[in-house]
Ligand binder design. Structure first.
Ligand code: KG4
Ligand code: ZN
Length: 418
């Protein structure tokens, strides 16, 4: 059995308008982790709406995302969030060209809520369903806003850095689509990834260890500005090239992405342990517990506030600033080295950690020094959202890459080869 949109798509392609495209409007739905989101995006670039219902406060009580609670919250939120996105965009369901939904990676139960709802909408409306990899969505969060110098590049180096992921991708544009499309079809190759914790996870764990709030990234970002980044010299161990680790011999430098020379992989569990060791050897436990208690009583205090900063002595602020300086330095070195090695024409950085102010400043100044363009999403599109899902779906819609009616959640979904 085929879905009703098979026929509609054939009719559209024969409608005499030449392009085979309809309104250009795609509804995106995202529910892979702790944000229920929906957005309507036109032709992969123009967001008409972008609605996000965050569960942050719910999970903050547990210091991390609780999968079962996340699924229940998505169930509660998905209908009103989609409705709000449609209303804000001022379009009717009939005007949509397609429904796009995150198929993975993410939490199985959370993904299923978005997927089941998107499938029902797609079937009920007779519109195509498009499955989107969440990681590709993060990359499109940058592409949908970036200038032509970046979005029309043939080859980019993409750093996706969030609470669940730290990946370097070589993204190559496979050529022009229909004239209506601002973005071409991208192909990805994973050239680096974390071998243990994600960078955002390290932020969250270090913040928790130091008695700060959840998620930790915004806390460490804000407090780092008040500390000395050179006070504690954290170092990152050199990760062996993956082919060596896996016992495979290395071909020469010109060989395809993954198997060549240096490693662009990351490891963030070591720095977390180093912070813990510093805390123990400098007898900081008591002050950490006092801070934890004070913050528990004042959940209204925001990361950048003077009240929150006043809870940290200078030694703690210096430790926080040194941690961030080291993490950002590591991300920067790996990203720029990989961009150089693979001849990328620019760098895009996305995911929750791309909201970090020091990361943006240092990436921008290194890019300027090298004369290489670098692009970030606006802050609203750095963390999880559905506009990026609808944007990533556009080239798939244009090239007719639709999801089967059997589309399911793929919690470990990978992007690109290797
Ligand atoms: O992309 P995202 O919303 O969700 C995942 O797919 O993981 O990223 C959330 C992560 C959290 O680890 C959070 O601490 C981190 O992004 N984050 C930040 C900042 N804002 C959010 N990390 C560093 N600096 C920030 N300003
Ligand atoms: Zn994400």
């Amino acid at each position: 059995m085929s879905l009703p949109y098979d026929k509609e798509m054939r009719d559209l392609s024969q409608d005499g308008k030449g392009s085979g495209l309809g309104s250009g409007l795609i509804l995106g739905i995202e529910s892979s982790c702790d944000e229920t989101a929906a957005a309507v995006v036109h032709a992969g670039t123009g967001a008409l709406s972008n609605v996000v219902a965050s569960q942050m406060d719910l999970h903050a009580n547990y210091g991390g995302v609780v999968p079962e609670l996340a699924s229940r919250e998505h169930l509660r939120n998905v209908v009103p969030v989609v409705r709000a996105a449609m209303e804000q965009a001022g379009v009717s369901f009939e005007e949509l060209d397609a429904i796009a939904v995150t198929e993975g990676p993410g939490l199985a139960g959370a993904l299923l809520v978005g997927i089941t709802y998107a499938k029902a909408l797609s079937f009920g409306l007779g519109k195509p369903l498009i499955g989107v990899n969440h990681l590709e969505g993060h990359i499109h969060a940058v592409l949908m806003e970036a200038g032509k110098q970046v979005s029309e590049s043939a080859k980019l180096l993409a750093l996706v850095v969030s609470g669940g992921h730290t990946h370097l991708y070589l993204a190559e544009q496979a050529g022009d689509l229909a004239e209506k499309s601002a973005a071409g079809v991208w192909r990805y190759c994973n050239v680096g990834r974390t071998v243990d914790d994600a960078a955002g996870e390290a932020y969250d764990k270090v913040a928790k260890l130091l008695g700060l709030g959840y998620p930790g990234g915004p806390w460490i970002d804000a407090l780092s500005r008040r500390g000395n980044p050179h006070a504690v010299p954290f170092r990152f161990a050199q990760i062996k090239p993956r082919a060596h680790r896996e016992g495979v011999s290395l071909p020469n430098k010109k060989a395809p992405a993954r198997s060549s020379g240096p490693s662009f992989d990351f490891s963030f569990s070591g720095i977390k342990t180093a912070v813990l060791r510093y805390v123990e050897t400098h007898h900081m436990r008591e002050s950490i517990e006092a801070r934890r208690r004070a913050l528990a009583e004042h959940s209204e205090w925001r990361p950048g506030s003077d009240e929150a900063a006043a809870l940290c002595d200078q030694q703690t602020l210096d430790l926080i600033a040194s941690f961030q300086y080291a993490v950002v330095g590591n991300l920067l070195r790996q990203a720029f080295a990989a961009a150089e090695m693979y001849g990328a024409e620019g760098i895009v950085v996305s995911g929750g950690v791309a909201a970090n102010s020091e990361l943006r400043r240092r990436f921008q100044s290194e890019a300027d020094r090298r004369g290489l363009p670098v692009a970030f999403p606006s802050l609203a599109l750095s963390t999880d959202n559905a506009a990026m899902i609808a944007a990533a779906a556009w080239p798939k819609f244009v090239s007719g890459e639709f999801a089967p009616e059997t589309l399911g959640a793929t919690p470990q979904l990978r992007l690109g080869g290797k």
